[in-house]
Design a protein around this ligand. Structure first.
Ligand code: HEC
Length: 223
């Protein structure tokens, strides 16, 4: 019985030590500090959260490069891409295009996406002569100025109740960073090429395949 009693004394003592130890944690709770939107005795306007110094640029948001971020090179609409177009870039472009553009512009760029088939304004086909000849910077400009203009139109339209045909283009600049926009434009170039290669640019094997293909169509066709 005596041993039993001693055991409980030890357990209770241990418990007490743990409790006292735990209470010491209040030191960290009570340390002097400022909470984000709390009040401050020290700073102006008694605000704990300070405004950044004017002109502050967040890391990674300098965007000094007009070519990359605005599609403008030597004060002109860029006639080339700001970085080499690799297979990986094209695949990224295809991925983004199919998500963000194909619902209206169609998977092949013909302007007959599902939203258009359901009544949205039909955009021009990317295979038009005018758009095949347009420099990459023009497409980029639609993202930057076109989208912005569309946004302004949209805001006005909600006040003056303009017809919905006036809302020209969805604002997608938030979803697509500059590199992705260029990747999409590169993919549009690939789409354009896919529908418009002069026969003279094909290799002899490719030409053979093409001739075979048309033969089959002629002999096997029922139209
Ligand atoms: C909600 C439908 C919709 C989506 C999504 C959309 N567009 Fe458009 N786009 C249009 C319409 C409609 C026009 C034609 C606007 C006009 O003629 O007033 C257009 C026009 C354009 C033009 C100008 C073509 C010309 O005739 O000069 C470009 C370039 C373009 N879109 C690129 C894109 C790209 C790239 C994407 C994807 C990132 C995209 N658009 C997503 C509907 C859409």
């Amino acid at each position: 019985v005596k041993l039993h009693y001693g055991f409980w004394v030890i357990v209770l003592f241990g418990f007490f030590v743990i409790c006292v130890g735990a209470c010491q944690r209040n030191d960290m709770w009570d340390q002097p500090k400022i909470k984000t939107l709390g009040e401050s005795e020290f700073f102006d306007k008694r605000q704990a959260a300070l405004q950044p110094v004017p002109g502050t640029v967040a890391r990674g948001y300098l965007m000094e490069d007009d070519f990359l971020y605005k599609g403008i090179e030597n004060n002109e609409i860029a006639k080339r891409f700001p970085f080499p177009i690799t297979r990986a870039v094209l695949e990224r472009g295809r991925d983004r295009y199919n998500i963000f553009c194909s619902p209206c512009h169609g998977r092949t760029g013909n302007g007959l996406g599902m939203i258009v088939q359901r009544g949205y304004k039909q955009p021009a086909s990317f295979h038009e002569e005018r758009l095949r000849k347009a420099p990459p910077g023009y497409f980029f400009d639609v993202f930057v100025s076109g989208f912005e203009a569309a946004k302004a139109n949209y805001e006005k339209s909600s006040q003056t109740k303009r017809p919905k045909e006036d809302v020209v283009h969805p604002v997608l600049s938030k979803q697509l960073k500059a590199e992705d926009r260029w990747a999409i434009i590169a993919y549009i170039r690939a789409l354009q090429l896919s529908q418009n290669v002069p026969v003279t640019e094909l290799s002899p094997e490719e030409r053979k395949k093409l001739e075979k293909g048309t033969e089959q169509e002629v002999t096997g066709g029922t139209h």
